[in-house]
Design a protein around this ligand. Structure first.
Ligand code: DC
Length: 225
């Protein structure tokens, strides 16, 4: 049976960096579910559809073909035959995804794809609802978080390194708004699964967080063997 590690948490907690590092160490596949919601959001933007037009949005999304490929271990998202990975990290796409991902039709479609991947391969999958909804029987569940100020400072640094000017205050407000939307939505809100390990990375380095998760994984596998 495939081994599944679920990592959930709020935006900017470092999930993708950590999940990628853990997957590399264990030789598992890293599945970034946020990228799938972003691909659907990009499709909506390109079609000029607002999430307020619920019926139209759902009709369009039912027709969208999303699949995942791996290029040298790096996840590529294919939308209707086009590799859209380079466009997914744009702010506008993230903002749209944060709203459109609350839709049940979109969630159902992407959750099915996520479960299929996890049933075939050993995965480290990150998102918001992996431990609570997508993979309730995951072998290890981690809830990775950090304070709003830490997450905002990390995001600002990342933008500045890419030459994009930013305001710390605006980023903090944006993070708070995304947390609110992710945690208060009706379907699959972001929350810690009862059997998830809480890891607060506010005062930890990437290496420390990675080692902590690998430690949790190996102590769980030892107990089960
Ligand atoms: O992790 P991210 O920023 O790439 O995710 C983009 C959006 O998709 C985010 O607002 C939350 C949503 N999302 C979700 O609802 N469920 C997931 N499993 C992953 C992401």
């Amino acid at each position: 049976m495939a081994i599944n590690i679920a990592i959930d948490g709020p935006a900017g907690a470092g999930k993708s960096t950590i999940a990628k590092a853990v997957a590399r160490e264990l030789k598992f596949i890293y599945v970034d579910t946020g990228a799938m919601y972003r691909a659907m959001a990009l499709y909506l933007i390109r079609q000029g559809i607002s999430p307020k037009e619920k019926e139209k949005m759902e009709e369009v999304c039912r027709k969208a073909e999303i699949s995942i490929l791996y290029d040298n271990g790096s996840q590529q998202v294919i939308l209707n035959g086009e590799n859209v990975t380079p466009y997914l990290r744009q702010e506008a796409v993230g903002n749209m995804a944060s709203v459109s991902s609350a839709d049940p039709v979109i969630r159902e479609k992407l959750v099915e794809l996520q479960r299929t991947l996890a049933s075939r391969e050993n995965v480290v999958m990150d998102g918001r609802d992996i431990g609570t909804c997508v993979l309730p029987d995951a072998d290890v569940k981690i809830y990775l978080t950090a304070s709003v100020s830490t997450r905002a400072a990390r995001r600002c640094k990342e933008l500045e390194e890419r030459g994009i000017p930013c305001s710390l205050k605006e980023i903090e407000e944006d993070i708070q708004e995304r947390d609110r939307r992710d945690m208060e939505r009706e379907i699959s809100p972001l929350r810690q699964a009862e059997d998830a390990y809480l890891v607060d990375s506010s005062d930890m380095t990437i290496q420390e967080v990675k080692e902590k998760i690998l430690c949790i994984y190996s102590s769980k596998s030892r107990k089960e063997n």
